[in-house]
Each structure stands twice: as C-alpha cells, then as structure tokens.
Design a protein around this ligand. Structure first.
Ligand SMILES: [Zn+2]
Ligand SMILES: [Zn+2]
Length: 137
C-alpha cells in the first residue's frame, strides 16, 4: 500500500503515513495500490485500474449483506447496505407500495428476490462487489 498523500510505500495495515502523517484513508494525489501519481479528480487509477474513490478499502461484509438480504430482503436493506441505492429503492417500493395493491404478492416476490441475492452474496457469486466496485470480504 502507498500513501495517497505523498506516495510513500507503507505497511499494509498502517493507519497513518510514516512520512507525512496523513491518514491512509485520506489524500488523493497517488494511487494507494501501485503508488503512481494520479489526478485528484480521477476515480480509477489509469496505471492499475483500482478504484480511487473515498472510502475505498473500507470493505463491506459479505456475511452482513447476505444475512440482510435473507431476512430483510423484502425491503432491499442489503442493497442499501452495499450502496446499490437505486435497486434498493425499487425493491422497497415494489415490496411496500405495490404490495398494498397486490395483497402482498409483490412483497413475497421481492422477499424471494432478496433471499436469492442474499444467498448469492454469501456464496460469493454474481454479487461480489459493492456499489462503488469494492470487493466484499
Ligand atoms: Zn504520506
Ligand atoms: Zn494504481
């Protein structure tokens, strides 16, 4: 890992740069993965292709997302957790609003949808990244 502020090579588990003292989650001048200089507005490193977005590295839990999908899938909670807010909203609306008009049929369908997604997340297939493209752990 490299300091995103000054580009110095750091220990993988470092919280702060030993050279400039800036937190490893901060800075936007260098790629944390390959250490090459990047534009501060860049979202992806042109050298190695890794995501440069803020919060990259704060990985979301496969287990949490999977369980949320299985138990609260009908509200799209797992989608909100993973940062897929659009799909989460669709699931929530279809489940709650449409559920009122369909006597709960759409709620049941979304529950099944969320349940399957939860299982897929837990298995590490199909859904392997969050809304920002960060791998789940
Ligand atoms: Zn530094
Ligand atoms: Zn890079």
């Amino acid at each position: 890992m490299y300091c995103r502020h000054c580009g110095k090579e750091l220990n993988e588990n470092a919280d702060y740069c030993t050279s400039c003292g800036v937190a490893t989650t901060k800075g936007n001048a260098y790629c944390a993965k390959c250490g090459s200089e990047v534009d501060k507005e860049a979202e992806v490193c042109p050298s190695c292709g890794s995501s440069l977005k803020k919060g990259a590295g704060a990985k979301k839990s496969k287990l949490v997302a999977g369980l949320l999908g299985i138990f609260l899938g009908c509200f799209g909670i797992h989608r909100f957790y993973l940062g897929y807010t659009t799909i989460g909203l669709v699931q929530l609306l279809v489940s709650v609003v449409l559920g009122i008009f369909t006597c709960g049929i759409s709620t049941a369908l979304v529950s099944l949808w969320g349940f399957i997604e939860g299982v897929l997340v837990l298995c590490g297939t199909v859904i392997t990244t969050d809304g920002d493209g960060n791998e789940l752990e």
